[in-house]
Design a protein around this ligand. Structure first.
Ligand SMILES: Nc1ncnc2c1ncn2[C@@H]1O[C@H](COP(=O)(O)OP(=O)(O)OP(=O)(O)O)[C@@H](O)[C@H]1O
Ligand SMILES: C[C@H](N)[C@H](N)CCCCCC(=O)O
Ligand SMILES: [Mg+2]
Length: 234
């Protein structure tokens, strides 16, 4: 499968960072790539101008012109769980519409990278509680899992992997994000990989975030898997 999700163990773990990096790497291979954030929450105001961090990041770094109507379906003002941010605006999220959009994008692009919102069990609707995980299952697409390196990540990462495996969702690999090089972090990474020896990449904690787009992910086993997969189907 050439299209995939970038999911995380939590909000703020670096999904947008990783989605943007992978988008740029794959665009450099000459592939037509679009990121897609089905639901983003938390409008940011700066100098009287409102924007959303996730789609703004994609647009800032993309090497190809992105079509606004292809990169997002719902942008909700409150920095909250999608179901609640929608409720505050008197809206509800139409999950069928999200799945139709993912299908449409798969037909229109070589690669669609869908970004989750928060972690896997974040609700898109209430009270019937369709979660991000339900949408991933219905999309039948594999995932790249982004996780922290810091203390607490062993439990969060293994729980997330357990939930994915229980639903037969293919995990392409793990991105360990924000590594400061401590011995605890190195042990966290090795411990998780002992349970699930799958392709991975490690991204350091950077003081200057603009450096992230230049970070060479190409020599990691995760990128080799993604790139090998793409070359084998072209
Ligand atoms: N390796 C890193 N070094 C320095 N800063 C980072 C790194 N990774 C992520 N960040 C910063 O951490 C913040 C959260 O990252 P990001 O927006 O990618 O999280 P997310 O998982 O996409 O969150 P959401 O659930 O809101 O989509 C951002 O300000 C981002 O620039
Ligand atoms: C606003 C934030 N950055 C995300 N976009 C939404 C995170 C929802 C998390 C819900 C939860 O797990 O409690
Ligand atoms: Mg994000």
């Amino acid at each position: 499968m050439r299209h995939f999700w970038v999911v995380g163990t939590d909000t703020d773990v670096g999904k947008t960072m990783v989605t943007t990096m992978l988008m740029c790497h794959l665009q450099r291979q000459g592939l037509q790539v679009t990121p897609y954030k089905p639901v983003q929450t938390g409008e940011v105001y700066e100098n009287g101008h409102g924007y959303y961090h996730d789609t703004a990041m994609y647009e800032k770094h993309s090497l190809q012109k992105l079509q606004q109507e292809h990169i997002n379906s719902y942008s909700l003002k409150e920095a909250a769980s999608p179901h609640y941010a929608a409720k505050l605006e008197g809206q509800s999220i139409d999950v069928k519409e999200l799945l139709q959009q993912i299908q449409f994008l798969q037909d229109a692009y070589d690669i669609v990278i869908c970004e989750g919102a928060g972690g896997l069990f974040v609700p898109f609707t209430a009270p019937n509680g369709t979660t991000l995980l339900d949408v991933i299952v219905s999309s039948k697409l594999p995932v790249v899992l982004v996780t922290r390196t810091s203390l607490g990540t062993i439990n969060h990462t293994l729980l997330t992997i357990e939930a994915l495996r229980a639903r037969q969702i293919d995990i392409l690999g793990i991105v360990f994000n924000g590594d400061t090089g401590s011995s605890i972090e190195q042990d966290n990474i090795q411990t998780i990989l002992q349970y699930y020896p799958i392709p991975y990449a490690i991204i350091p904690q950077l003081k200057d975030k603009s450096q992230l787009m230049d970070y060479a992910m190409t020599h990691t086993t995760l990128f080799e898997r993604l790139f090998h997969y793409e070359s084998s189907i072209n």
